[in-house]
Structures are given as C-alpha cells and as structure tokens.
Design a binder for this molecule. Structure first.
Ligand code: PLP
Length: 442
C-alpha cells in the first residue's frame, strides 16, 4: 500500500548505516522485531533518520504515556537538570518526596501508602519480592504462566511468557510455583468460569503440594501483558484477594505495563475494585525517563528497617520530575482520553474483525488492546506467522506495532492519541493485514 509519509525503502540509507554500526558493537540479545531507527518524535508521531514518518502504536513498549517529548515533561526535565543531576537516594530533595506523596494519593491499596523508587520494572519487582519475603518471613511465591515480570534473577523466576527468556539462565530464584492465567478465549479448564477454575487449582495446590503458610505473595498482572493482553474474568482478582486474606498471603499486582492510566484507570486493578498490598510500577510512569516504583501499604513497607534495601539512583531528581509531570498530565487529561479513545479503537477493530475472519478476538481495556490472529478454523489455531508478517508490513506502511502472546498484536499508543490518529492507524492496519494475508514479506 502507499503511504505518502514513507519516502524511502525501509530501512533507508541512513538507517542501514546505523544498523551496521550497531551490529558491530551492541549486544545481539535485544529482541528486536523490525529495523526502526528513530530520529525524533512528537505525540504519537515518530520519524526515522531518513525522514520517514510513522504512527507509534507501541509507544516504546507502553512507556511514552504522554506521547513523545510532551512539552510539559521536557520542561520539567530541563528545569530539574538545571538544578542538579544526582544526589542519591540516601539524601532528601523535593522531587523525590513530591513524587512519593503523589503516589501515596494515587495508590490503589485503600489505605496510607509508601513508595520505594528505582529505575525499571524489573528492579521494582525485585524490590517487591524482597519486601514480601522480609515482612512475611515466608519464602515462596505464586506466579502465572504467561506472565512477564522482568529479566533479573528474581523477577525472571516469575517470568514465563517465552521459554527463550529462561533458556540458559537456570537456576533463578527458587520457590516459585506457576499456575495458569485464566484465558476465556482459550479455556484450559473444561467448561465454566476460567477465573474460578484457576482459583480452585490454587486451592488444590495448597491441599496437595504447596503449604499456603509458606507463600509470601501471589504476584499477578491484573491484565496479562506480554502473555497476550489477557483480561481476566470478573471475580478473578477478587478471588485472589480472598485467597490471600484467608492464608495471610500478600497480594502483589504488577502494574508495570497496565498502570499509570493505560487502561483508563490509574491502575488496572481498580477496574475490579481490588486492593493489593503491593503494587509495582515503571514504564508509563516516567514518559520514557527510566523510573520504577514499589508502592505498598504503609503498614507493610514501614516494616523495612534502615539498610534493608536501597540503591544509588532511586529518586533521581530528573526522573522524578518527569514522573510528576506525567502523573499531572495523565490524571488531568490523558487517563480519560485513554478510556474514551480506547473504546472507539476497540469498536473500529471489531469492525475490521467483520471483514477479516483471521481476527479471532479483540480484547482489552482503555488503550491496552490485543487483537489475536487465528487460522481460519474452528480450533482457533494461533496464526503466529501471519502475526509476524502483519507487524512487518505495518512497519513498512508506517505503523509501529508489537506482538504479545503467541499470535496477538498489541496496541498501546500514547494515552494522548487522537481519534484521527486511530482512524489513520486502522487504515494502515487494514492495508497491512491484506498484504500479510497475501503472504507478502519484507
Ligand atoms: N513487569 C511487567 C508487567 C512488564 O510488562 C515488564 C516489561 O515489559 C516488566 C515488569 C519489566 O520491566 P523492565 O523492562 O523495565 O525491567
């Protein structure tokens, strides 16, 4: 298909030169899908080094919540950088305390909260695991198949969305038991409510194998991200909360991908009115600046003694300034926009579904939307190759996308995305899907 904004074959000459330099010196471990070489961005638009303009519907893996280079975030970063770049989390300053105050106000835990600040999602998860063990005196964790919680040795022990993330790294942190994440589109348990079946399965584990009294926390993504943008059935998270309460287990919601307005609420667990004990956040929190946070009930986090956990960069003045500006924008404007435009986007995707039977399901909340592709059969066989071809064709047509799960395209544009941009994306998607179905690669 023709897109006037794509002016060179992709990758263009300047992009090719940079890719060659990269291949010589940058780790090949990064799971890169297509050769997008960025020059600059504004809102939902991103330009490559050859002057081609793209619509960014992956937002740096759900990070650029306020769009690329939002002026208010850039201004906040510049102002903070002009004062000082670093002092370390062992000292005090306005931006660190100011951010923790905001997080305490927004925390979905239903009571006073405290925060531990760090630089990334995986560090937030590591810190949360340590907090859970420290305060409970228990060692074990329950996590979900298909989950993604990071790639360091503790979080990696929980992560289970692709075996390639594990292969070659054992042993990771011991003591993790994985259970299925409810997937109503692909039910694992015969008949009935998949959420309830998963809860029954955990109860069975408690009876037969896993002493509940040794479990520190159940770690769950309120909407499973990397595993396929799966929205659990109503009652599932509440059921987990009840199970935790029954056995003195901490409920830990990993909101690294689903939090900060992405689903139309500040935190996804709010859709079901469930109050976790510990929440992890990162990605969208800093609009692109590297920041993570563990937000926990005050009565949980205040048990940490001085020196129990720390870091050098936590509460960095610049990343905190970016996060404060981000939260202001998300709370005042973009969270509501995500709820509104997300509904419209899903409506447009379901329209597309009527024309393309290979679209098995469109699901999500707010601007965390998955479109699962299947072969044209009653068994709903995942169309993995088609999914990869679609993302490649979309890139060539000027639309940046990512996959998740086995054969799901995920849409996670900036929360500032407009209806006009969604319409443009739908046009690009329609053309790209038609091309992918014709087996057009490259
Ligand atoms: N937790 C969730 C739910 C995530 O989606 C991710 C990243 O995709 C992480 C944790 C890890 O975050 P990071 O890549 O910043 O370490």
């Amino acid at each position: 298909m023709h897109n006037q904004h794509i002016k060179t074959p992709l990758p263009g000459p300047k992009a090719q030169a940079l890719l060659a330099r990269d291949a010589a010196v940058v780790s090949p471990s990064y799971p890169r899908d297509y050769p997008f070489v960025m020059s600059h961005g504004r809102g939902t638009e991103a330009w490559d080094v050859d002057g081609n303009r793209f619509l960014d519907f992956m937002a740096g893996i759900a990070v650029c919540s306020t769009g690329h280079a939002h002026p208010a975030v850039v201004r906040a970063v510049q102002e903070a950088a002009g004062k000082f770049l670093h002092i370390s989390s062992d000292y005090w300053h306005e931006n660190m305390v100011g951010l923790a105050e905001r997080l305490a106000r927004l925390a979905p835990v239903g009571e006073p909260a405290m925060s531990f600040l760090c630089q990334s999602g995986t560090e937030a998860v590591e810190a949360a695991l340590k907090l859970a063990r420290y305060v409970s005196g228990r060692q074990r964790f329950i996590a979900f198949l298909g989950s993604f919680h990071g790639r360091t040795m503790g979080s990696l022990a929980l992560t289970s969305s692709k075996y390639t993330q594990q292969k070659g790294f054992a042993p990771t942190m011991p003591g993790v038991t994985h259970v299925p994440y409810p997937n109503p589109y692909r039910p694992l348990f015969a008949g009935g409510d998949q959420g309830q079946a998963t809860l029954d399965y955990i109860r069975m584990l408690f009876d037969r194998n896993l002493p509940a009294s040794e479990v520190a926390a159940i770690v769950v993504e309120p909407i499973q991200g990397e595993g396929g943008y799966l929205v659990p059935p109503d009652g599932f998270l509440a059921g987990l909360r009840a199970l935790c309460d029954e056995h003195g287990i901490l409920l830990m919601c990993d909101e690294v991908q689903s939090g900060i307005g992405r689903t139309g609420r500040m935190f996804a667990c709010e859709h079901w009115g469930v109050r976790p004990d510990i929440v992890t956040s990162a990605k969208g929190l800093g609009s692109g600046l590297p920041i993570g946070a563990v937000i926990a009930k005050k009565r949980v986090m205040e048990q940490w003694k001085r020196g129990a956990h720390g870091n050098t960069y936590g509460g960095n003045p610049i990343t905190c300034a970016a996060a404060i500006a981000t939260l202001d924008l998300v709370a005042s404007e973009f969270m509501a926009n995500a709820a509104r435009t997300g509904e419209y986007f899903m409506y447009r995707l379901r329209e597309l579904q009527r024309d393309f039977p290979c679209i098995g399901e469109v699901r999500g909340k707010g601007l965390m939307i998955g479109m699962e592709l299947i072969e044209n059969d009653a068994a709903r066989t995942p169309a993995r190759a088609l999914c990869d071809r679609l993302v490649t064709r979309a890139f060539h047509n000027g639309l940046l996308l990512l996959t998740c799960g086995v054969s799901t395209v995920r849409f996670m544009p900036p929360l500032s995305v407009s209806v006009a941009e969604i319409d443009e994306a739908i046009g690009l998607l329609r053309g790209s899907l038609a091309e992918a179905l014709q087996n057009k690669d490259g």
